[in-house]
Design a protein around this ligand. Structure first.
Ligand code: SAH
Length: 263
């Protein structure tokens, strides 16, 4: 390759053609779709997406050098944007649902996921997200209750999205080779989700519960509620259980109770 990948921008380019094709296939792109790729890099996925002839195709790349190269290569096919993905105002980006692809730096994927979950109209703005994560993070996103991986990220994701891990990808398939394994996850926004006046209440409640996930739930309940006994009774909670034993729906209900008590 005739340039030096930038570590600061988490540049690990996916080189395995077979895997690239499989990722694009997961998106099921039709000629009606508005696709957006974030962090296209050298255009590996980009090229395969173009072949599927989406109705419209945006790509957002922060690295100016890569942006200029992509511009030469895909001049007719893509609306390229040289911007930091974290600065995009999704409410004003498109008036049709977006299908998102992203093999981004892992810290950025996780941050974006939370930003998206906070959007009130997530299901209006997006149809699907196909994103790469560090394997351990992907496992936390899709974890089942009563497992070690189950936690805040699982509950917040479950609130707004159906998420599924598709496959794992070995470091050997990237250049330069990342230190960790990766996993591809597909997310579909839910049309029906538990209603909060402010998502901060769910964030706060799960934050307090999972600050010490090995401890029993009595302590977070004491912190959050004036009368924890009433909440325990109302939701039939077992005070000997730990945060990892409480399913997402129960967390939503506890958070709603917290919201009602604090407004
Ligand atoms: N998707 C490509 C590149 C992966 S490397 C592939 O699979 O081969 C990650 C890419 O994300 C790099 O091109 C990097 O420059 C870009 N990137 C990193 N941070 C970004 C940000 N905040 N906004 C937009 N692009 C970013």
């Amino acid at each position: 390759m005739n340039f030096f990948p930038k570590k600061s921008l988490g540049q690990n380019f996916l080189l395995n053609k077979k895997i690239i094709k499989e990722i694009v296939k997961v998106g099921n792109i039709t000629n009606k779709d508005i696709v957006i790729e974030i962090g296209p890099g050298t255009g590996n996925l980009t090229e395969e997406i173009v072949k599927k002839k989406p109705y419209k195709f945006f790509a957002i790349e922060k690295d100016e050098n890569l942006f200029l190269k992509l511009k030469q290569k895909f001049i007719k096919d893509i609306h390229l944007i040289n911007e930091d993905i974290l600065k995009i105002d999704w409410n004003n980006f498109s008036n049709k649902k977006l299908l998102v692809f992203g093999n981004l730096p892992y810290n950025i994927s996780a941050k974006l996921l939370i930003d998206w979950i906070r959007l009130n109209n997530l299901n209006i703005l997006f149809s699907k997200f196909i994103l790469m994560f560090q394997k351990e993070v992907a496992e936390r996103v899709v974890a089942k209750v009563n497992t070690k991986q189950y936690g805040r990220l699982t509950i917040l994701t479950n609130w707004k999205m159906n998420a599924q891990k598709i496959f794992d990808i070995d470091p050997d398939n990237f250049y330069p080779k990342p230190k960790v394994k990766s996993s591809l996850v597909i997310f579909e926004p839910k049309d029906d989700f538990f209603n909060f006046n402010n998502s901060k209440n769910l964030e706060k409640v799960t934050d307090i519960f999972f600050q010490n996930k090995r401890k029993m739930i009595k302590k977070p309940l004491n912190i959050l509620f004036k009368n924890p006994e009433r909440v325990i009774k109302k939701f039939g909670l077992d005070i000997n259980s730990r945060p990892q034993n409480i399913d997402p729906l129960t967390f939503f209900k506890i958070s709603k109770e917290y919201e009602l008590e604090n407004n």
